[in-house]
Design a protein around this ligand. Sequence first.
Ligand SMILES: Cc1cc2nc3c(=O)[nH]c(=O)nc-3n(C[C@H](O)[C@H](O)[C@H](O)COP(=O)(O)OP(=O)(O)OC[C@H]3O[C@@H](n4cnc5c(N)ncnc54)[C@H](O)[C@@H]3O)c2cc1C
Ligand SMILES: NC(=O)c1ccc[n+]([C@@H]2O[C@H](COP(=O)([O-])OP(=O)(O)OC[C@H]3O[C@@H](n4cnc5c(N)ncnc54)[C@H](O)[C@@H]3O)[C@@H](O)[C@H]2O)c1
Length: 482
Amino acid sequence: MSESTMKTINVEYAIIGAGTSGLGAYSKISRKTDSLVMIQDGPYGTTCARVGCMPSKLLITASDYAHHLTTSDFFGVTSEGHVDGRKVLERLRRERDQRFVANNLRYVNKIPPHHKLEGHARFIGPGHLRVGESVEVKAEKIILACGSRPAVSKVFEPVMDRVLTSDTVFELEDLPSSIAVIGMGVIALELGQALHRLGVKTTVYGRSGKINALTHPDMQQEALDILGSELDIYPSGQVVSTWEDAEGAWIEFEQSNGQRVTKVFDRILVATGRISNVDQLGMEHTGAEFTEAGKVIFDPQTMLCSDYPIFIAGDAAEYLPVWHEAFDEGRIAADNALNYPDPVPVDRRPPLMVFFTDPQIAIIGQSFRELEGLEIVIGELPFSSPRHVVWNKVEGRIQVYLDARTGVILGAELLGYQAEHLAHLLALAITHSMTAEQVLMMPVYHPSAEELLRDVLIDAREKRRVYAAETMIHSNSVPAYS
Ligand SMILES: Cc1cc2nc3c(=O)[nH]c(=O)nc-3n(C[C@H](O)[C@H](O)[C@H](O)COP(=O)(O)OP(=O)(O)OC[C@H]3O[C@@H](n4cnc5c(N)ncnc54)[C@H](O)[C@@H]3O)c2cc1C
Ligand SMILES: NC(=O)c1ccc[n+]([C@@H]2O[C@H](COP(=O)([O-])OP(=O)(O)OC[C@H]3O[C@@H](n4cnc5c(N)ncnc54)[C@H](O)[C@@H]3O)[C@@H](O)[C@H]2O)c1
């Protein structure tokens, strides 16, 4: 492409990526100026709606129905039925495309054409982007909202025809007969359990032996025990080789005890984490600063990358790669791009994450690992209330971490049926630095799952009293928490 045929666009703001974070940034900046462009490589619609949160939850809901077919006998309700894999996947894509993706596209379609540019953006100099082969963008301030992609290691190269990731699994015409799920993170457990419940012969291969989102060893072990009682799990080891023949894709897995297991599968779902797309932006041309691991240095309170007029948001930042954080970060980045060179730091919300497994896993605020060794008490109970007994869903555990001196709730780890709801109540309490006593003032209906929250806070309160007596701390002493 000669220089003369190259089109150059000069704008004040460029946003790379039209996902949740990029659109969040766009909605703020476009209210203030017309001098902006949002560059999108690949289909519009966002990772969340197309290949992330929404299709995965649609699959999980179908699997819940399948699971009821096999568990309703307990209630004296005999049910018969079978899973039609094609229909499950057709309905998933229909709901996804007609509701979630369509909603997003309606918004994107309303964006004026001169604010949108399609193609792969990469830096060729500070503030200077090449988009595809024929367009250049010169921008004073740039927001990196380019998301992430699934990591697939080289060991799977011989079986790539049978490898799926979260980008491709929802496009299957029919459910596979068997699947190896590689990884024991959130995607592996959510999709692995859903596929298993839909009748796919599923084997999960982990690496560390732990479900690392939970950090208390008892919580990790209980989660593994419960999920392992339903799923075929090899929790620790590594895939040492793969090959394909007429039977399918073979996996040779070396367990941490040195024993090797070899199995054949129709498909392999690789869910071993995601890599930020920032590595494909040519950041070396920007002058930005990097960590030793090669990650762009940024301030999570402003999303500003060092002192350059570059901001980062969403999964690209690899900070808190969940939807509500991508949404927040897009807005924080936009506000600070608008304020540049005077960024305004914001207090981030307490961390919150939910695994939509059964039982669910939820982590709020500071984890046990972060608090270990500090003056805390742990309220702890099995995840059971009269309501859970009624549901016949009594597996799991809840732990709530209190500042031992002040009683302020600092964090919690949950493993239990519909833990998401208690997790949100705890998130509210943590956001407002509430004490267990303050939460215990609210009315709690009987019989409700919230009775479990009340009871675990009473347990924490009692433990705090014992702690105070043992350490002679008066419960109204100077707060350690501020
Ligand atoms: C299977 C799955 C399930 C999930 N479930 C949940 C859930 O239940 N709850 C939850 O909170 N989170 C969930 N997440 C995470 C959530 O989807 C992400 O945190 C969120 O979508 C990230 O948004 P984003 O804007 O950072 O990135 P994206 O939405 O991925 O947007 C980035 C965009 O940038 C484009 N792009 C990349 N490079 C370039 C370039 N060089 N030039 C131009 N454009 C570029 C990409 O094509 C993409 O469209 C899930 C993720 C997955 C994969
Ligand atoms: N409910 C939700 O909020 C939700 C659901 C799905 C995805 N997501 C987002 O998507 C992101 C990606 O999810 P993910 O599950 O891919 O990543 P993850 O980081 O949660 O889990 C990856 C897992 O793979 C393991 N692993 C890595 N390399 C391995 C190997 N070679 N062999 C075996 N195991 C290996 C890791 O130990 C880890 O347990 C998450 O960070 C999450 O934020 C969120």
